[in-house]
Write a protein that binds this ligand. Sequence first.
Ligand code: HEM
Length: 321
Amino acid sequence: MSNSALIKSSIAKKYWMALTGLFLCLFLVGHLIGNLQLIIKTGEEGRRAFNEYAYFMTHNPAIMVLSYLTYFSILFHAIDGIALFIQNKKARPVSYAYNKPSANSSLPSRYMALLGTIVLVFIATHMSNFWWKMKVSDEVPMHTYYSPSSQDTMYLTQKGEQISTKQIRELGEIEGTELILKADKFNASIEQQYSSYLASNPGISDDQLADIEEQKKKLKSKKDEILAEGYKDLHTVVMAFFSKKNKSDSGVPLGLLGMFLYVISMAVLGFHLWHGFASAFQSLGMNHPKYTPLIKVFGRGYAIVVPLLFAIIPILIYLNS
Ligand code: HEM
């Protein structure tokens, strides 16, 4: 590739890195506001507020589009960054003999690729902790509670109304109650499968019949859990993750380690943003004698405040657990 083509392709890469990076900065603000509910509200009120928020984030179509844009931006930003790093290395394999980096650039700017890689590893571990459980493996329990006065499992609708499972069945489909109706269908299909199995196997012994009944009971108790669905209880999962009580069987304090992992990662994120925020505006060609210094100050403020607030969340959860 000629030198000018190389520069052009490097400018294009920087442009896309800047756009995706700034989009991710917006994502971080939204994510932070949502997560702050973990520490602002406490008790049942906090659990409810956070789970309602998580339900909204996973069901609102516009937010779902933004989520896909976030995944795309993370991947694109990382791949483009690695490509740019390799391209720069190839263009200048050996440092200039009298190169004195400390005189030309700040420390974070020289380590952007390394800092970015650590942030990427953090995001991958972070998503496997919460996002994977919520969206893929379906390990998150349901947010319900038993009401002694209604003598029924209570469910929270999206409008914040409390409604018993019995009422939902009587009223039919209500916004946000589709899980219960889905569970009803699941239940009916189990019954149907068992009766058709029994009809096609008339000579079944009493022992086999007892086994089948046992199996059905197990499936039904699972079904009862599904029937009690409301919002997913992501709040409890996050609280348990950073809790002092989160220890492995051999006593390793997983909650404490998790808390430290998040705090260190947020420091790394801060350094990455310290240089990245203002640099993105430069890559987009926005250079202005009056506004560029302001963007720099704002970017540095952002790089301190956002990671700091993120870091406070696991610390407080751990200390209050
Ligand atoms: C204390 C800090 C944080 C906590 C407690 C936290 C918590 C969570 C939780 C509970 C989810 C799952 C939400 C869901 O699937 O509905 C999630 C998703 C996610 N988090 Fe975090 N987070 C924190 C910091 C961060 C940081 C600093 C980043 C990026 C550098 C990040 C990136 C993401 C991404 C990309 C997702 C997936 C979002 C989506 O599906 O739209 N998180 N986080």
